[in-house]
Design a protein around this ligand. Structure first.
Ligand SMILES: [Zn+2]
Length: 220
């Protein structure tokens, strides 16, 4: 796109806050300062799961739910910066004792359709802030399963089994696994299991938001 055309476009259609629709600057990464101030990521809050624990700065409700929806379904890719910042802040005093950051993969079909892995974008930004290496293709989704969000808890665990495999040497590594939302934990637990079976030392995980049991009708 030529420069004149793109500046004309930004005058006609200035970027707007994904939450309150106020006009913002490009450097605001999709949220106005007020909406950023209104979000209060909780520090150092971990969900305990078998073989891993999962850091979650938000519960999946209210404005954060709206922001994640805009990111996933309305192409507001720039919001990844805020998600990565919030996750980074949520580690608070915890040291970043990791060798590698990886993300929950998408299937090749979905990846082709969408062009990029949205969780991967967040994971890469977070890894950079932490000064930890990031691997985009460490975990691979080998087959396309049914989407998780319409399934019951036990169906989710069944549906996700054997879907992922590990594509590189993770021996003795301390890994941070990133996903966007955690609901039952089925996806994170399955990825963790694969990583541990491949010889890594331990796996922690981190997401943007946790869906509380009473809110569980929707997606993972
Ligand atoms: Zn706003």
């Amino acid at each position: 796109m030529n420069k004149l055309f793109s500046s004309l476009l930004s005058i006609l259609f200035p970027p707007r806050c994904a939450l309150c629709n106020q006009v913002i600057a490009k450097e605001d990464f999709g949220l106005c300062k007020h909406c950023v101030q209104q979000s209060h990521p909780v520090h150092n809050r971990w969900l305990t799961l078998p073989n891993t624990r999962c850091l979650y700065p938000f519960t999946y409700a209210g404005t954060i739910k709206k922001a994640i929806y805009a990111y996933k379904f309305h192409g507001r890719k720039e919001l990844a910066h805020h998600f990565a910042n919030w996750m980074y802040e949520a580690f608070a005093t915890d040291k970043f004792d990791y060798d590698l950051v990886v993300c929950v993969p998408m299937s090749m079909d979905k990846l082709r359709e969408r062009g990029y892995n949205q969780t991967g974008v967040i994971a890469k930004l977070l890894a950079k802030k932490m000064h930890v290496a990031y691997s985009r293709h460490c975990l691979v989704k080998g087959k396309d399963n049914r989407t998780q969000h319409r399934l019951s808890r036990s169906e989710r665990f069944e549906n996700i089994k054997g879907v992922f495999y590990v594509n590189e040497d993770v021996s003795h590594k301390k890994i941070l696994l990133i996903d966007d939302i955690i609901t039952t934990g089925a996806t994170i637990m399955e990825c963790t299991q694969m990583l541990l079976e491949s010889g890594c030392e331990r796996v922690d995980s981190a997401v943007i938001a946790y869906t509380l049991p009473q809110e569980r009708k929707e997606e993972e």
